[in-house]
Write a protein that binds this ligand. Structure first.
Ligand SMILES: Cc1cc2nc3c(=O)[nH]c(=O)nc-3n(C[C@H](O)[C@H](O)[C@H](O)COP(=O)(O)OP(=O)(O)OC[C@H]3O[C@@H](n4cnc5c(N)ncnc54)[C@H](O)[C@@H]3O)c2cc1C
Length: 382
């Protein structure tokens, strides 16, 4: 049983502790699922998470606010049991994040579908020539009758191919660069959306390269104001970046648990592995990395929930530290497992593959460092 003492930290209210206990029980009974067919697994997970009520927390209906501590607790708990369960929950939130934060009343109808697990959401920002460099977005949305016509390509889109609805970012041209982008709600059955390629990655999940070829959307599909797309995207990432850290934290806790179990059960040189001080050194570093990650993740979440308009610095610190720390923790867990650590099918072997992308998506680690440095320099008046 992993350490649950963090739930007593002052970042949490009793409702968070109750939710964590209930989800722990649900996750123990329902996870992990079979990953053999990832599309089917994700569809099943979205339906199950919706039916059990967990997806209600992935978005905010009219008059509600996203509770970032709840998002993070759910992601941490699911990731500790099953990476695909975390992915399925997270994408409902990220995919519909723009609608939760800026959506009009009619747009919120989609949110109710994704929160019930009846529709699958996706977030389409990245393009072949603009991943970190969002201001370089080339997909265009030009006025067309009472709406817009979208043309371009989006790549590395999670849930691409199985999503029922996308939030897509395109250039409307109010100003050059980042100030000329807008966000749109795009149902997957809109004519002109093509899945050009399904992308295989080291920890499989539904992922695709999309082509938009004359996709016509009504004016009401725009989320937020014309030209506000960059602000919409960054506000969504502000909320969801700490939750990427929370998922990494869940992976790291699973790796630490596996390493502790292995170190106490495996005998070498006539004694448990855990008796070796060098192994204890690894375990200490892992436990420290886990707690430091948890502190940063829940500090960021608490700051947002306490009313901060933006938490770019705290979110960047949480994502950067938690994902990098989880990579270290998992790597040490693999080492403690010896040869079994790299054996396909071992928990630590799949964690080793699962953690890697978290240091790249929703802003690579280097980008998080820039955000933190800029905040520090601004504070110093530079
Ligand atoms: C598994 C997976 C799922 C994804 N899901 C989605 C999704 O659902 N929706 C979506 O829109 N996108 C998604 N992405 C795309 C992801 O957000 C981008 O891959 C990421 O933003 C990096 O962009 P890039 O791949 O173009 O790399 P580049 O922008 O080319 O960057 C390459 C590397 O350069 C370094 N770097 C970049 N900028 C700087 C800088 N300013 N200073 C210093 N170093 C820098 C970083 O190390 C970075 O990793 C996903 C990616 C993966 C791998």
């Amino acid at each position: 049983m992993p350490d649950r003492s963090f739930l007593d930290w002052p970042f949490f209210e009793s409702r968070h502790r109750a939710l964590a206990a209930a989800l722990e029980e649900w996750a123990a009974a329902n996870l992990p699922v079979d990953h053999g067919d990832v599309d089917a697994a994700c569809r099943g997970l979205v339906a199950a998470l919706g039916e059990a009520g967990w997806l209600r927390h992935s978005g905010a209906g009219a008059g509600e606010r996203l509770d970032v501590r709840t998002l993070c607790l759910i992601r941490e708990t699911l990731a500790r049991r099953d990476g695909l369960a975390d992915f399925s929950f997270a994408m409902q939130g990220l995919g519909m994040g723009a609608v939760s934060l800026f959506g009009s009343e009619p747009q919120r109808a989609w949110l109710e579908e994704t929160r019930a697990g009846r529709a699958i959401a996706a977030f389409a920002l990245t393009e072949p020539a603009s991943g970190s460099d969002v201001a370089n977005t080339a997909t265009t949305a030009v006025p067309d009758g009472n709406g817009y016509r979208l043309d371009g390509e989006k790549t590395y889109i999670s849930n691409g191919g199985i999503a029922d609805v996308y939030v897509v970012f395109a250039r409307t041209g109010e100003a050059p660069g980042a100030k000329g982008l807008s966000a749109f709600l795009m149902p997957a059955d809109t004519p002109g959306i093509g899945i050009e390629e399904r992308i295989e990655v080291m920890a499989p999940h539904p992922l695709a390269h999309l082509r938009l070829d004359g996709v016509k959307l009504p004016a009401e599909a725009m989320i937020g104001a014309p030209g506000a797309g960059f602000k919409v995207a960054m506000s969504v990432l502000d909320v969801f970046r700490p939750s990427v850290g929370a998922a990494a934290l869940g992976f790291a806790r699973r790796a630490l648990d596996a390493a502790l179990a292995r170190a106490t059960s495996r005998e070498i040189f006539g004694a448990p592995l855990a008796d070796l001080q060098m192994v204890q050194g690894h375990l200490a570093e892992m436990a420290l990395d886990v707690d430091a990650a948890a502190l940063l993740v829940y500090r960021a979440a608490w700051t947002k929930d306490s009313g901060a308009a933006r938490i770019s610095r705290e979110a960047a610190m949480a994502k950067l530290h938690a994902t990098e720390a989880a990579q270290r923790v998992i790597d040490q867990a693999v080492q403690i497992h010896g040869g079994d650590g790299v054996r396909v099918g071992e928990a630590v072997e799949s964690l080793y593959r699962e953690i890697r992308a978290l240091r790249i998506y929703e802003g690579a680690s280097d980008v998080q460092k820039l955000i933190i440095a800029r905040a520090a320099l601004a504070e110093a008046g530079r």
